[in-house]
Design a protein around this ligand. Structure first.
Ligand code: XMP
Length: 328
């Protein structure tokens, strides 16, 4: 039996009971595989890596070493939540790496979207490698691979490794407890493991994070604008019952300023915040979500008054195609 093929008779995990059964099986399988050895995991705070972390903590406790790399491109409150949930509440062995300056210095002045992605990806592996080398007796690497990743890499759509690219002498045996699960099943398992809802039902967030939403060369000032505006958008969507209903929503800040006028009648030059809210099944195509005009106006009012340096807000009306979901 190919361990990377989901058996035809495998039941879809849709209930807490089925999730508990899966958790018990995986905890036993993990214990049998790793015994008293140590396992390393890059914990981003996304659904997949968080569920893998919670499963491994249940199975092997402190023998799981989680590394959370803050590359400075995470959303507001994310690194804090990873620390709170995993270190404080689950008592995990968590290494927090503040690599913000390192990433932003490398990205300074870089405009080209694919070059930005490559720098972020390569630097991430370098930081993770450095942490792995500091730890002496690690035998395994846990990854949040899920079934669509396996299917896509089989089809040649993309080579999928969450922490691919580690040098030869750092090749660990893999632990991939959710590799036969679909995303909806990972969420049911995460809920059963006691992870908070905003982690379990989190909207997709690209690996390069806010870096691809801070269009062109990233500056700390504009990154702060994207982050604060995104936090307001998420807060208002949650308050107004749209969280979990709209598939993905976020803000983008282009790299130019436009002219405006403030309440005192003075001329301003400020950034434009673009709101994007889309629905999709598979992210290959997308429609624009219909958001009540009054809510869009309220969000505009909050962003222009609460986020420093912003004098204009726009809503992106473009489906995919012709626009991609992200702007870069
Ligand atoms: P696009 O912009 O291609 O986005 O229409 C489709 C979906 O993929 C996400 N996305 C990424 N995810 N690394 C990721 O892990 C990336 O570089 C990346 N670029 C886009 C995007 O957020 C959307 O859900």
């Amino acid at each position: 039996m190919d361990p990377n093929v989901r058996p035809e008779n495998m039941e879809r995990i849709t209930t807490p009971e089925l999730a508990e059964k899966f958790i018990a099986e995986q905890v036993a399988a993990i214990k049998a595989q790793v015994k008293d050895k140590k396992v390393l995991l890059a914990l981003s705070g996304g659904v997949d890596s968080s569920v893998v972390a919670a499963l491994l903590i249940k199975a092997i406790g402190k023998n799981l070493v989680c590394v959370h790399v803050n590359h400075g491109l995470l959303r507001k409150g994310e690194p804090e939540q990873v620390i709170k949930v995993f270190r404080d509440e689950m008592d995990a062995n968590l290494i927090y790496v503040d690599a913000v300056d390192r990433f932003l210095d490398k990205l300074a002045g870089v405009k080209e979207p694919e070059t930005k992605r490559k720098i972020i990806g390569a630097e991430f592996i370098r930081v993770f490698e450095e942490e792995a080398r500091k730890l002496k007796d690690i035998s395994f690497l846990a990854q949040g691979t899920i079934y669509p990743d396996i299917l896509e890499s089989k089809d040649g759509v993309k080579a999928h490794h969450n922490v691919g690219g580690l040098p030869e002498d750092l090749k660990f045996e893999l632990v991939e407890p959710v590799k036969l699960l679909f995303k909806d099943e990972v969420r049911v398992v995460g809920k059963a493991l006691g992870l908070p809802d905003n982690m379990v039902y989190r909207q997709p967030f690209p690996g390069p994070g806010l870096g691809v939403r801070c269009v062109g060369a990233i500056t700390r000032e504009r990154l702060e604008v994207v982050r604060e505006a995104d936090a307001i958008l998420r807060e208002e969507f949650a308050k107004n019952g749209l969280q979990g209903k709209v598939w993905q929503y976020f803000t983008i800040v282009p790299d130019f300023k436009s002219v405006g006028v403030n309440e005192k009648g003075e001329r301003t030059e400020g950034y434009l915040v673009v709101l994007r809210a889309i629905n999709t099944r598979d992210a290959m195509s997308a429609t624009v979500a219909e958001i009540p005009f009054a809510l869009l106006s309220h969000i505009t009012d909050r962003i222009t008054h609460e986020v420093k340096g912003v004098n204009r807000v726009a809503f992106d009306l473009t489906p995919k195609p012709t626009g991609t979901i992200e702007w870069e």
